[in-house]
Design a protein around this ligand. Structure first.
Ligand SMILES: *Cc1c(COP(=O)(O)O)cnc(C)c1O
Length: 360
């Protein structure tokens, strides 16, 4: 036998891990700096670590109470009902729930190019087809209503990323409102705010009170430092929020994840410190890196370095792992995650040496 025709499906290529690279290159993992996956440079909130430890002895139980408590805490934070909070196994899991709730077989979705690979993957898993809207480098990857509407052709879901990964570009609330207005009544506009904590631009949350065709995506993987537990959620309009119960897997967010999430939500200091350092690092990288960079939000900087694969490989041999953006369709760019002050300085210094050698 064989699986169904998966030839259109792609494999998610994550940034490489320290252990993996260290083993391959015979380096000491402790001497390496990983700035390739937009993870939190401070690690998880200490309160989340404690909550995970405390809950370890309860792992024989399904996460009934913690799932409900977390949805409630998030509902309060966003001023929505608990039904409107769709918890998932990572933001990716929440994207799956949205695709499952929206897509009939063969329906199209519209995704940004370059952009986050999982939108298309999730749609294809759910028997959808994928079209793209182009973000133009010549235009500094600007994200306006026109950018999207020019390529819109009645798709069922339109994915917007703000701040965008890997460019850092953002949408204004007004642009998202226009996109929602101009697209079909039966088109869902998903605003992915995975990096929402790192920007001063306000969340698009107000649109959910105005309309029934805009949903938000949020994650604990970035500012909250919980990428390893896999926890994220969608905030959806009240009108169809009850669909979650029909498309969700039983307890899609684990007991560990829910307990960690509840504790992390209470730890404002950890998030504030993470955002503050990321803001510093963004400016530092833009100011000091010997390459063209783009102005944007997020805990990362996109930089044009010529041969990204050669630069990333050489930096890696010097113990600094950054993201080669070839898989995003930008083979001339790397994405550097904001690290601690020490790690960021080291990364920039190594990259500057490497860029000079590779260019020569
Ligand atoms: C990291 C990220 C997510 C969510 O990742 P999870 O770890 O699954 O929560 C979603 N969208 C973008 C653009 C991201 O970079």
């Amino acid at each position: 036998m064989e699986p169904r025709d998966l030839s259109a499906h792609t494999v998610y290529r994550a940034g490489r891990g320290i252990e993996e690279v260290a083993r391959e290159l015979g380096l000491d993992p402790d001497d390496m700096v990983k700035l390739a996956s937009n993870e939190n440079m401070y690690g998880p909130s200490p309160k989340a670590v404690e909550a995970i430890r405390d809950s370890a002895a309860r792992m024989h139980s399904y996460p009934k109470a913690s799932h409900a408590d977390l949805a409630e805490a998030l509902a309060e934070r966003w001023d929505v009902t608990t039904e409107q909070v769709w918890l998932g196994n990572g933001g990716d899991g929440a994207l799956d729930c949205l695709a499952r709730a929206m897509l009939d077989p063969g329906q199209d979705v519209l995704v940004p190019s370059p952009g986050f690979a999982y939108y298309a993957m999730s749609a294809r898993y759910h028997h959808g087809e994928v079209s793209e809207y182009a973000l133009s480098k010549a235009d500094d990857f600007a994200q306006t209503a026109d950018t999207v509407l020019t390529d819109y052709d009645g798709e069922r879901i339109v994915y917007l990323t703000s701040p965008h990964n890997p460019t850092g570009a953002e949408f204004t609330t007004e642009a998202v409102r226009t996109i929602a207005e101009e697209t079909d009544e039966q088109t869902l506009v998903v605003v992915d705010e995975a990096y929402g904590e790192f920007t001063e631009t306000p969340s698009k949350r107000p649109l959910l009170s105005e309309r029934d065709d805009v949903a938000l995506l949020r994650t604990f993987s970035k500012a909250y430092g919980l990428a390893g537990v896999r926890l994220g959620y969608a905030v959806v309009p009240e009108e169809w929020a009850d669909a979650y119960a029909r498309v969700n897997t039983p307890f899609s967010a684990s007991e560990l994840a829910c307990r960690a999430g509840l504790a992390a939500l209470e730890d404002d200091e950890h998030v504030e410190q993470s955002v503050e350092t990321a803001t510093w690092a963004r400016e530092y990288i833009r100011g000091e890196l010997a390459a063209h960079t783009w102005d944007g939000a997020g805990n990362f900087v996109l930089a044009e370095v010529g041969d990204a694969s050669a630069v990333a490989d050489a930096a890696q041999e010097a113990g600094v792992i950054v993201r080669d953006c070839s898989s995003f369709g930008l083979p001339e760019c790397i994405r550097v995650t904001c690290g601690t002050r020490e790690d960021t300085r080291r990364a920039v210094s190594v990259l500057n040496e490497v860029i000079e050698v590779v260019e020569a």
